[in-house]
Structures are given as C-alpha cells and as structure tokens.
Design a binder for this molecule. Structure first.
Ligand SMILES: *Cc1c(COP(=O)(O)O)cnc(C)c1O
Length: 450
C-alpha cells in the first residue's frame, strides 16, 4: 500500500468535506497510516506536524496512550446505549466534571453528537425557554458579522461567512447580523480593547431595537476561527453579558473551537469573567478522538422545561449517539490530563514561544498585514504591501501556496484564504513551533513573490 494507490481509490469513491473535488486532482489528499503525538505519517513514510490539530480537535497528540487506554477500557464494558430512559457512568461523571470546570452557574449538561447539532440544540432550547415562559414572540437570534457556528441549516443561519452561507441563504431563517468587534478592522494605532469597546455600540443598538423579538445573542468568544482566525478583546464579552441581562436576552457562547485551553484559559469566557446562559463545547472535548458536543446551561433554563409531561414543555430533541460512552470516556481522560499535567501553565510558555517566533519572522514582512494571537492560536494575514486595507484577491489562493510549501517541509499548515494559522496540539515542543513558523515564513516569501 502506498500513497498513490490509495489516492486513486479515494478519488474514485470518496466525496471530501469542504472541498472542490477537482482541486484534489492537482493536490491529492494525503492518506495517513498512523499518528503519534503532533506527527502524522503517510503511506510513503513522510511525516508531518499537524499544525492545525486536525481541524482544531486534537489537544494531546495522536494516539495518546492515556486517551487510548480510557476508550479501550470502556469498550470492555459498553460501547453505546441510548440515553432516553437510560444512563451510564461515563456520562454522569462527565456531566459532574463539566459543571465543575465551566464558569459558575452552568450546571446542566445536554449532549449532541457534533458541534453543529449542539448549536441547533442551544438555539432551540433558548427559543423554547422563552416560549415556555410566555414569551413565544421571541423567535430571532442575534449574531456577529464573520461568525461561524456550523453547517447545518440552523447553525448556518446564525453564521455570516459568505463562502459557506450565501448559496443556501434561501433555505435559512432570518438572523439579525450585527457588525462585530473583529480587530483586524481597528484603526491605525487603536488598541484591541478600544476597538472592541467602540464596536459594542452596534450590539447595544441592536439589542435595544430587537430584544423584544430576540431569544439570544450567539458569539464565538475571542476568536472567530472559521472566519479566518479573526480576534477581539475580552471586554466585548463583558459588555455583552451585562447588556444581554439588561435586555432579557440569552447569551450563547459557542466555545466549540476555543474551549479547552485554546485561548490561554480553559474557556475563553473566563478572560472576561463571565458565564453565558448556554456554553457549547465540542471539538477538543474528546481530545480529538470522537464526535461529542455538550450544551451546558443553567438551572434557570432547565427549570423552564421541568413540568408534568402533559404540559408538553419538555425539550423533545435527541440524536442517536447522544452522550456516547466511548466519547464520554475520551472526554474524561482529556479533562484529567488538564488536571494532572498543569496544561494551561505549560501552554503559557508555548504561547510565548509562538508569539516571539511569529513577531521575529513576520514583524517586518512586506506582505503580512496582521499578526494576531490569543493563547495557543496564532495567525498571520497576507496583504498587498503589508496594508490591512489592501487584501490580496481571494481568487489568488495565496494561503494555499504557503500550504503547498509546508508539505515539502513536513508541516500541515492548512490555510483559511490568505491567512496561515497555528493551532497545534499542546504536546508540541518549542522547537517544533519554531520549525512551523520558519516554514511558514519561507512559504509566505514564495507565495508573495509575484
Ligand atoms: C467547528 C465549529 C462548529 C461546528 O462543529 P461541527 O462538529 O463541525 O459540526 C461550530 N462552531 C464553531 C465555533 C466551530 O469552530
């Protein structure tokens, strides 16, 4: 078995996600046969650093012995059991753990089997809460420009990335999209905090106008990942929490990508000292092993559904693999690693290495208009003449050129448009980070040479 034969078979039968399949004829998918720590190895024996954590899911490396052992042990007991009318120890323990590690007041855990489904559950739950509370006229959601909450129709409707949304817009419910705090658009010399504060005025105005018909505001705390790793200051979340309370609107924190240490704290909301009404957690929750989403909410929300069956106030929403025991065990093993290995403290050192390397490599680059970072997520954005207001046309696909160069140096630097980002598993070493950044610098030089 080698790369070439597997690619031929793949291209004859498989339809890949988020992919123009024609692209794969010139840039074929890489078949991996094994993973170990930050490395993935293909069938020709090439090794690559997984700089994007396999789409932001992997936290503690591939084939992590501790997570492997937890799943193997669970396999000996029970692989899956439906959760309507039944339960199991892994989901009980995980729910206790999540209530303990998430911000104060989040005590009730509802499960879905992937991020988008979890978003759907949170949206429905928020609407249904208001309906059960005699406020059935609240049917709308407020979201930010450039936001991403998944690809199912409800999740897409509260997103705002044209590339994913525009084609399907005739199918989607109407959301109220508010100009967000994306600090890429700050003025020259303006701080992230000042820009984020300034942009909040638009959210305040939207809440004043729409609170009577709005169920919730949904945001990705601190980093809009699929929206090209655009970032903002925690102060925005602080202002948002206060305003949502004042206007009687829920706050849904989509920490699907940023949760579990990515932004430097266990959850991004912690940096603003706030607790949302709903926190959606997926991706890293299982260390990147199995699909699982937890929607963690408050006793207040829970209580609005609690009644005699005949009142039909219950949340009658389910997914077949809700609370899968194998996924819960992977999640428990993942959270345990955070507790025993002081991960957040070590990440602070790694984040400093990433910061220093990025600024050293790109600080004066003539075609890099922005270097941004929140904890373990770093990104650089290529712009014509290094000017943030002069983007390279997306059709030129310059990020893809950086990616192709990365492949020749053993780095998986999958881009988002003209943005190259670094979101590695936490088991990466400082030297591996420096290698990734040096490789990206070579790639950006090549990608912007013409
Ligand atoms: C990935 C992602 C989702 C969707 O999760 P899936 O498991 O891919 O459906 C939702 N919100 C954010 C912020 C994400 O990054």
């Amino acid at each position: 078995m080698n790369n070439q034969t597997l690619v031929a078979r793949d291209l004859a039968r498989v339809w890949h996600p988020c992919t123009q399949m024609k692209d794969l004829e010139t840039l074929p998918p890489i078949p991996f046969r094994r993973g170990e720590g930050v490395y993935l190895e293909d069938y020709d024996g090439n090794r690559y650093i997984d700089a994007v954590s396999s789409w932001w899911v992997n936290l503690f490396g591939h084939a992590n012995p501790r997570i492997n052992a937890a799943i193997a042990d669970q396999l000996e007991h029970v692989e899956h059991v439906m959760m309507a009318g039944f339960t199991h120890e892994p989901v009980i323990r995980l729910s206790e753990k999540l209530a303990e590690v998430t911000p104060e007041g989040l005590t009730r855990c509802f499960y879905a089997d992937n991020g988008s489904s979890g978003i759907e559950a949170a949206l429905k739950m928020s609407y249904h809460y208001w309906r059960n509370s005699g406020r059935g006229e609240k049917t709308k959601f407020i979201a930010l420009t450039n936001s991403y909450h998944g690809e199912t129709l409800g999740a897409l409707a509260v997103g705002d990335v044209d590339l994913f949304k525009k084609t399907y817009s005739p199918l989607l419910m109407d959301s109220i999209i508010v100009e967000g705090p994306d600090c890429f658009h700050r003025d020259e010399g303006e701080s992230w905090e000042a820009h984020s504060r300034k942009m909040f005025a638009q959210m305040e105005a939207a809440l004043a106008e729409h609170a009577h018909e709005a169920c919730a505001v949904i945001v990705e705390p601190l980093v809009q990942c699929a929206g090209q790793m655009r970032m903002y200051d925690p102060v925005y979340l602080e202002l948002l929490r206060e305003a949502c309370d004042r206007h009687g609107v829920h706050l849904i924190a989509d920490e699907i990508a940023v949760g579990f240490g990515r932004t430097g704290t266990m959850f991004a909301c912690e940096q603003a000292g706030i607790a949302p009404d709903f926190m959606c957690l997926s991706k890293g929750i299982t260390g990147g092993y199995l699909p699982l989403c937890a929607v963690v909410t408050t006793e207040d929300v829970y209580a609005a559904f609690y009644d005699d069956f005949e009142t039909l106030r219950a949340f009658l929403h389910s997914h077949s693999y809700t609370g899968n025991p194998l996924a819960c065990r992977a999640a428990l093993a993942t959270i345990e690693i955070f507790e025993t290995d002081d991960v957040i403290a070590r990440n602070r050192e790694l984040a400093q290495v990433l910061h220093d390397s990025l600024h050293e490599a790109f600080g004066d680059h003539p075609h890099v208009g922005d270097i941004r970072q929140h904890g373990m997520i770093g990104a650089i954005e290529m712009c014509r003449d290094g000017d943030r207001n002069q983007p390279f046309p997306w059709q030129e696909r310059r990020g893809l050129r950086v990616y192709r160069h990365g492949l020749t140096r053993g780095c998986l630097l999958r881009p988002l448009g003209n943005v190259t980002y670094f979101m590695p598993p936490y088991v990466i070493t400082p030297d591996e980070i420096r290698h990734l950044v040096a490789t990206a610098r070579e790639g950006v030089d090549r990608a912007t040479a013409d």
